[in-house]
Write a protein that binds this ligand. Structure first.
Ligand code: 1AL
Length: 332
């Protein structure tokens, strides 16, 4: 164990605010895994007992009665090269894990946690101190997407920080693309199947959704149909990248989604994104092969559920840009 203050100026690639998620843990009886990547420093109140025991601001597993270890998997919000890991055991004194190890892997697309393979060791099984920041330098020149914290044999960890340098996927970098669906660019929701719990207008709002209530959410379907939303694009354009963000929708993300383009001038309809499996609480990004220009797009979710944001990045056509310019001049 070493002090690594030289790395703490780097971004925390796991941080919730950067899109990180604790996608799996084998146990979280005493305290929920999501606490591990909260940006705020951990806090503690004495004598706050809930149904399961003392309340801790961290991830805490039950006391093992058989040999073994406990693990939690974090999807990095910013995939990249890891330079240092901090296992912060703040306020865990009689119940911190005496040892921890950290593994990482690099996955393509949007896998289910059970599909992750190829784990590589970032930090070997190392002793931890209680109620302190345990820092470990990492020497691995590789882009990782997921990190797995393993505690030996059990106990509580307040925060896991993964300091490093982001490495973007060039397939997701589109020069000159704008969000054709965005409210701020002139996009509008013009129809939807259901808006029982949340307005579909939220899908195209600026910024990220802070909570589930800032997204679009339908009621549970009890028939064989599916929910959908229809968006009028800012102007005519060709979609190159679809972003479907299910952040905050953990037990109620749709299982699958598809996007269909439509050109209202000709009546043509064409697939933009075929029916694709979705993960809970994930900002999915799907590059799109060349598709015709559209004035509208319909998002179908199967069968129901909720979504935080829909982004349709693409290039405006010359006609589309002309229409936006004309409107701006007429109204300025
Ligand atoms: N007082 C405790 O913290 N006990 C237990 N933990 C919680 N959260 O209650 C334990 O056994 O580790």
């Amino acid at each position: 164990m070493t002090e690594a203050p030289g790395f703490t100026h780097l971004p925390d690639l796991a941080c919730r605010e950067f899109g990180g998620g604790v996608v799996w843990a084998n146990d979280e009886l005493f305290a929920e895994r999501e606490n591990l990547i909260k940006r705020a420093e951990p806090v503690f109140d004495t004598y706050t007992f809930g149904h399961k025991g003392q309340v801790y601001d961290g991830w805490e597993t039950r006391r093992r009665r058989e040999p073994g270890q406990d693990s939690a998997i974090v999807r990095l919000g910013l995939p990249g090269v890891v330079k240092a890991v901090v296992v912060d055991t703040a306020f865990f004194t009689g119940n911190y894990p005496p040892f921890a190890s950290v593994q990482a892997t690099s996955a393509v697309g949007h896998p289910d946690p059970t599909e992750l393979t190829g784990w590589e060791e970032l930090v070997p099984k190392s002793p931890l101190g209680g109620d302190r920041k345990n820092s470990f330098e990492v020497d691995a020149a590789r882009r990782y997407t997921h990190v797995r914290l393993t505690i030996h044999p059990d106990g509580g960890v307040a925060r896991l920080r993964v300091f490093g340098e982001p490495v973007p996927d060039p397939a997701l970098l589109l020069p000159e693309a704008v969000d054709l669906a965005a409210l701020e660019n002139g996009g509008a929701v013009v129809g939807c199947s259901d808006m029982f719990y949340g307005s579909p207008g939220n899908l195209i709002a600026p910024g990220q959704a802070a909570v589930m209530g800032e997204g679009w959410e339908t009621a549970r379907r009890r028939d064989d149909g599916n929910d959908w939303v229809d968006v009028r694009l800012a102007a005519a354009g060709a979609v190159r990248l679809v972003e479907l963000d299910t952040t905050h929708f953990k037990g109620n993300a749709p299982g699958w989604a598809s996007v269909t383009g439509r050109d209202e001038r000709t009546g043509a309809e064409f697939p933009v994104l075929p029916r694709t499996r979705l993960q809970p609480d994930t900002r999915h990004r799907f590059p799109v092969e060349a598709v015709p220009e559209a004035t509208h797009a319909r998002l179908d979710i199967h069968p129901d559920g909720g979504m935080a944001r829909l982004r349709l990045f693409g290039r405006l056509t010359t006609d589309g840009l002309r229409a936006i310019t004309r409107r701006y001049r007429e109204l300025s």
